[in-house]
Design a protein around this ligand. Sequence first.
Ligand code: AP5
Ligand code: MG
Ligand code: ZN
Length: 224
Amino acid sequence: MTRVVILLGAPGAGKGTQAANLSTSLGLAHIATGDLFRENLKNNTVLGEKARGFMNSGRLVPDALVLEMLFDRVAQPDCKSGYLLDGFPRTLPQAVALEAALGANTDVQVLNLEVSEESILSRATGRLLCRGCTAIYHRSFRPPVTSGVCDECGGELFQREDDQEVVVRERLNVYHTETAPLVEFYSKRNLLVGVNGEQTPDRVTEVLMSALAAVNSSDNGGDK
Ligand code: AP5
Ligand code: MG
Ligand code: ZN
């Protein structure tokens, strides 16, 4: 049985922060479509050039480009027993395509990080990322030991182009129209657990881990 865990949540809700913790604890590959696109941007690939304008203005990259990249990535050997999705799916067509690709022999669990709009804005606009690895910091909520330098690898920290307030607001609008409907999509399938994301990162990780364990044990106790 392949295990697929999906982290849903608005931009800046903490998906990347939590995915880093969960993927280590669960032993699942962390697949973040935003990180994959940023890697393509950095390397000036054809895909990166196609994605750049959409990303920097806060819009979604067209489904066809996202799906091709995602399915290529999850076909790699490190995803054989399962993976943790961060930032995918985020449109109904993406969710439908994933469902069709996974088939019946997959254990799917969906966790929705619930965070207020006010927190989203301060989280996203204060975020810093490492150029060397994928570590995530925040000017106030998770400052690095030395200003501007990654604790993990010594890399330079920078602000994402799309974390300016005006772009964050556009990303939030896009989230409400395109991505929020996935909450209902997965609720209807009884796959979704909502988690309060307005707690310390470590506390959120604990709650997510117990939600995953609870769903798993109720599955095992059932007649499936
Ligand atoms: P993507 O990179 O996925 O961005 P996003 O979904 O907008 O999410 P973020 O990465 O902004 O937030 P996050 O939830 O990961 O929060 P984080 O943990 O960093 O996508 C970027 C772009 O790529 C999209 O706009 C689109 O153009 C394109 N794209 C990607 N996937 C796509 C797809 N499937 N389809 C189409 N287009 C796609 O945390 C945020 C900050 O808060 C950090 O500073 C962190 O330190 C802090 N923080 C985290 N948790 C807490 C906490 N509990 N308390 C206090 N602070 C916290
Ligand atoms: Mg992220
Ligand atoms: Zn680093």
